[in-house]
Design a protein. Structure first.
Length: 268
């Protein structure tokens, strides 16, 4: 089900990433990383508009070179969602997706599932997760973990392994957060007016601002076997993955991959 009204995907991008400066323009198979995110959004069913939100004229120029649309924003935003909210005041959309550009291989089908599930729900915002299958990622603070209620609402997000498997049973199915959010426009603008919360500032996770202020977040599980990019090592891993898929004759972005549309995470 598609939400009523226009759906816009806004991709926040800045050059001053602390762990990987210039990340949006990093080359992956001959294209800047920001272009991979733009192509995912522009090809997804249910998305009516795609805009890159940036404080960098260099990024604007790069986006316009590949035929995309970009808007310059203020440079002092505390988070990507705050930057997206600025653009939301300047475009015609009732539903706004914050598509962070550091998941360059995100399948279009995953984004379509998020839009569809959000249209069936009443939550003010939503996000997506995928099973955490690599044990090394569990202890990696760059990989954000999430625990949910049985109805698919988020309980908490953390850079630490949550929940703690005290007895080492290995029975819990850990979930990894993907940097994609979807908002009803009115709530997005309200969210941007709320001061950063103590949990948000401690974990450096902006979604905790919503939870700490009593707002629900819909969590949508999807199938995704790509790689997020937060560090130079991550970037090299994505480049190797693209090369491997291309060499094997596989589609680099698996357009027809079906995402699971069930709305809750089950305990193993």
């Amino acid at each position: 089900m598609t939400p009523s009204g226009r759906v816009a995907a806004v991709i926040p991008a800045r050059m001053a990433s602390t762990r990987l400066p210039g990340k949006p323009l990093a080359d992956i198979a001959g294209k800047p990383m920001i272009q991979w995110a733009w192509e995912c959004a522009s090809g997804a069913r249910g998305v009516d508009d795609v805009v890159v939100a940036t404080d960098s004229p260099r990024i604007v120029e790069a986006v316009e070179r590949f035929g995309g649309r970009a808007m310059l924003t203020r440079a002092d935003h505390a988070s990507g969602t705050d930057r997206v909210a600025e653009v939301a005041t300047r475009i015609d959309a009732r539903i706004v997706i914050n598509l962070q550009g550091d998941e360059p291989l995100l399948p279009m089908a995953a984004l379509e599932t998020l839009v569809s599930r959000f249209g069936e729900d009443r939550c003010p915002m939503g996000t997506m997760v995928t099973p955490l299958t690599d044990p090394a990622e569990l202890a990696n603070p760059a990989r954000v973990k999430v625990v949910c209620r049985r109805d698919g609402r988020a309980l908490y997000f953390s850079r630490l392994p949550i929940p703690c498997d005290r007895d080492g049973s290995g029975g819990y199915r850990y979930m990894k957060h993907l940097g994609v959010y979807i908002f009803r426009r009115e709530f997005l603008l309200e969210f941007a007016r709320i001061p950063p919360s103590p949990l948000e500032e401690t974990e450096r996770l902006e979604q905790l601002r919503a939870l700490e202020n009593g707002h629900e977040i819909l969590v949508v599980p999807v199938e995704y076997d790509g790689q997020g990019v937060d560090t130079p090592d991550d970037l090299e891993a994505v480049r190797r993955l693209v090369d491997r898929r291309s060499g094997a004759g596989e589609p680099v972005r698996r357009r027809k991959e079906r995402s699971r549309s069930h709305g809750h995470q089950q305990e193993g």
